[in-house]
Design a protein around this ligand. Structure first.
Ligand code: C9U
Length: 510
């Protein structure tokens, strides 16, 4: 019997077994075997560790003997060391080296499911801090949003009545049954820059649209009724909100009311939600615009003078800044043309359409140009400095001078339709300025070519030179459309010059 066999027999008699060992060997051996006595166990342990740099998990196997004493066998249940380290032990004692092929059950955690910083107990204070900061930011944003809404509402309240959500019927509004616009809007009643907004709303609610009397890029104009009075209602396309806003604002400027400015009655936004209509309610004038009027009326020199004087009177009022505690800013119209002038029953004119107007206050030296308005004036009536781009829009006087150029063209339209002598037929047919040089709806370039390059102006009839009034008006007209804006007359100068031309009560044309 070999020595080895004898030793084995002895070990078996003493119930001693061998276990495979690696990392836990006696005498600091790296691998080999160790011995267990009765009650001891062979074990295989697997330790799972995470690589600090790559973040990957790796399993490291160790083998060895677990003696009966020191409660070592308790470890056979496996143990879990928290946070990134895990140890699993499996034990056996069936035969020698039984643990060599023993593989404990374990799973490598996936890198993505790695226990993150956020589910460790150390992270809790940080999480609380993070949540508090987020809550503070949300609260601050909510406060800013509330403040924004509050101030926006305040702004709208100043500019228009459409912030009102309540029906006007719910407000006590004092419009007497027999009231007319004439006495509601009487400036001596203290209405100053227009009716109170609630009154405007009430009027707007009581209006019945009758039929359309005009259409344009802005929307439609309707003849309407308020009680038994005729009114004009300009209904803006929703895309033209800025024009409605601007026009409403201009009409409600302090001291804006004038006999030669279209009489403003009310402004309102009708409808709710997706359907809204912006209304501008004004006086109604039976004859329509000067453009409509000149199509089918011939003027005599008296009516020419009345029309010219009143248009210029309206423009002078607009251009003039009034200095007082409740003063009026200077206003430039920027779209003067015969379609934007209306003819009253008495033959006087009023200026309308302030969607493009600019305001100026000399004390602040600021020009208040309408915001977000891509609209420009009518190309046919545009001054040469606008067409060639030499105008300085930051200079308010430049806008007034451009208005005067357009006024010159309107005077030409009137002169052409004024009869001289005693024959109605002496008047020429109605024509738009530059009718003979540019097509309908001319382009910017076409107008520039005619007005700036060729320096053409509408034709001056020799007939006019034979009449005192017509020749004077014609002279004024030419000084209005001068190529150099600085040479043009001011509105006040035109007004004074025309005022000197006396209306002749004997003029009678058949
Ligand atoms: C279309 C240009 N326009 C006319 C008026 C307005 N724009 C207006 C401007 N701002 C606010 C409200 C309205 C306007 N029109 C009248 N009266 C009028 C009467 C008859 C006609 C046109 C207008 N006709 C057009 C040609 N066919 C016969 C009827 N009154 C006040 C403002």
């Amino acid at each position: 019997m070999s020595l080895k066999r004898k030793r084995n027999m002895k070990r078996l008699r003493q119930n001693v077994r061998r276990c495979y060992c690696q990392g836990h060997c006696p005498d600091n051996q790296t691998n080999g075997t160790c011995e267990i006595k009765q009650g001891g166990m062979c074990f295989t342990a697997v330790e799972i560790e995470q690589d600090e740099t790559t973040g990957n998990y790796e399993a490291e196997f160790t083998y060895g003997c677990l003696p009966d004493e020191e409660g070592g066998l308790m470890q056979c249940k496996g143990s879990l060391v928290p946070h990134r380290q895990m140890k699993v032990i499996e034990c056996c004692n069936g035969s020698d080296n039984c643990n060599k092929d023993l593989i404990p059950k374990y799973e490598l955690p996936s890198t993505t499911q790695e226990p993150s910083f956020f589910n460790t107990p150390e992270s809790i204070p940080l999480m609380v801090l993070f949540t508090s900061i987020t809550a503070c930011i949300i609260f601050l944003l909510a406060v800013i949003a509330c403040l924004y809404i509050h101030f926006r509402r305040k702004e709208l309240k100043r500019g228009s009545p459409y912030y009102l959500k309540k029906s006007p019927d719910q407000y006590p509004i004092d419009i007497h049954v027999n009231d007319t616009f004439a006495n509601i809007l009487d400036p001596s009643s203290g209405s100053g820059s227009g009716l109170p907004m609630l009154v405007q709303r009430t009027i707007s609610k009581q209006i019945h649209l009758v039929h359309t009397i005009g259409r344009g890029r802005y929307g439609e104009v309707w003849l309407a009724r308020w009680r038994d009075q005729k009114v004009a209602v300009k209904v803006f396309f929703t895309t033209e909100e800025h024009s409605w806003f601007r026009e409403t604002e201009i009409y409600q400027t302090v001291l804006m009311r004038h006999e030669n400015i279209l009489g403003f009655i009310a402004a309102d936004i009708k409808g709710t939600g997706s359907w809204t209509q912006m209304w501008l309610i004004t006086d109604y004038h039976e004859y329509g615009s000067l453009y409509d009027y000149l199509q089918n009326h011939v003027l005599d020199t008296n009516s020419l003078l009345i029309m010219a004087q009143t248009v210029v009177s309206g423009l002078t009022h607009l251009h003039t800044e009034i200095f007082s505690t409740r003063g009026k800013p200077a206003i430039a119209h920027r779209d003067i043309k015969s379609k934007n002038i209306l003819v009253k029953k008495n033959g006087e004119c009023v200026i309308a359409d302030f969607g493009l107007a600019v305001k100026y206050c000399s004390d602040t030296n600021l020009i208040d140009v309408p915001v977000k308005n891509e609209r420009s004036g009518t190309k046919r009536y545009m001054a040469p400095e606008i067409l060639d781009g030499t105008i300085n829009p930051a200079n308010f006087d430049a806008h007034k001078m451009a208005d005067i150029y357009s006024l010159g063209l309107v005077l030409w339209e009137m002169l052409k339709r004024t009869a001289t002598g005693d024959k109605l037929s002496s008047a020429e047919d109605y024509c738009l300025p530059y009718y003979d040089c540019v097509p309908n709806d001319p382009s910017f370039e076409e107008m520039q070519q005619v007005v700036c390059v060729k320096k053409v102006r509408p034709e001056i009839s020799t007939r006019w030179s034979k009449d005192d009034v017509l020749s004077s008006v014609s002279r004024v007209m030419q000084e209005c459309w001068h190529a150099n804006p600085l040479v043009r007359l001011t509105a006040l100068r035109v007004k004074k010059t025309l005022a000197k031309l006396e209306v002749d009560p004997n003029v009678k044309i058949v």
